[in-house]
Design a binder for this molecule. Sequence first.
Ligand code: ZN
Ligand code: ZN
Length: 363
Amino acid sequence: MKAWVLGNPGELTLVDKPVPRPGTAEVLVRIDATAICATDLEVISHGPPAVVGGEPPFNKNFTPGHEYMGTIVEVGPTVDEFVVGERVAVEIHAGCGRCERCRQGMYTSCLNYGRNYGEFDKGHRANGFTTDGGFAQYAVNHVNTLVRVPQHVSDEVATLIVTAGTAMYGLDVLGGLIAGESLVVTGAGPIGLSAVSVGKALGAGPVILTDIVDSRLEVGKRVGADRVINASSENVVDAVQKLTNGRGADLVFECSGASNAVNEAIHMLKRGGRVCLGAFSNTPSLVDIGHVVSNNIYLYGIRGEGQSAVKRAASLIAQKKLDPSPLHTHTFAFDQLLEAIRYFSDKVDGAIKVVIKPQEFRD
Ligand SMILES: [Zn+2]
Ligand SMILES: [Zn+2]
């Protein structure tokens, strides 16, 4: 098969690799679509959160890419959960299945993360982070990471089921969001826009979105934002307080990674409110901890899409209560990956989610 591999930082090359073989409880997935994510850019240029053989992922014949879907073309021994021909989206993190976090369903925070090598092989798997990922034509995946794709959903949009799963994980099980609670999402990237659409589907109200780009805020309205605030022209804390009658919001989902975002988030909240931290921030934040303490505020981080959140997202999509399709903006052939990454990272032509099709070639 053809697969992209990571050489030195920033260097991707299209090579031939053997098609992997499914083991017990695994299937072989022909990858039909893979979305590019900001975390891929981190992996390709810096390494973390990817760990291969206990080391940075460079020059290890490692294939990145973690948001993919495809068609089952072979089932391994004992598999009766799926059959050949089914379309599936793949959860990124399989975890190790044996540590206490995996046993709690928190497999995105597996204690054996990256320990799937050599004498430390604990069977951990996270596609495109610690094992080969979706910038390839085929991948082997465990049945417990597979989610059926609803029939009305295209291959391109099906890659967004996993993104919606991340938003779901931050909002429902970890965030405890219930219908009627107010939700503010800060940052209208793919996770933020997914959080808007999932929050709306779960009955949050009002759903308020902030960003500094008007075109992104417009997409936010299409996926369910009741109110949008442009943070470059308005004071977002004042605006949220006004929209919530001076009480503040029940939950803020922080997706911008801006240096002042966490401190602003705690000041947008109602007393006893919660802040979900969903952005990889590269710099430490200054936060008014006294305000957090005296107002009984909860802060929590999320990594990925634990506790079967992807299945719940797929269910809402199947019931047509959730439609992530406005987030998909561009599609490229497999050999155009570098161009696709440029579109994604430079937001060319309003790009939000850019997808490659591993079975299609331009040349
Ligand atoms: Zn991602
Ligand atoms: Zn584990």
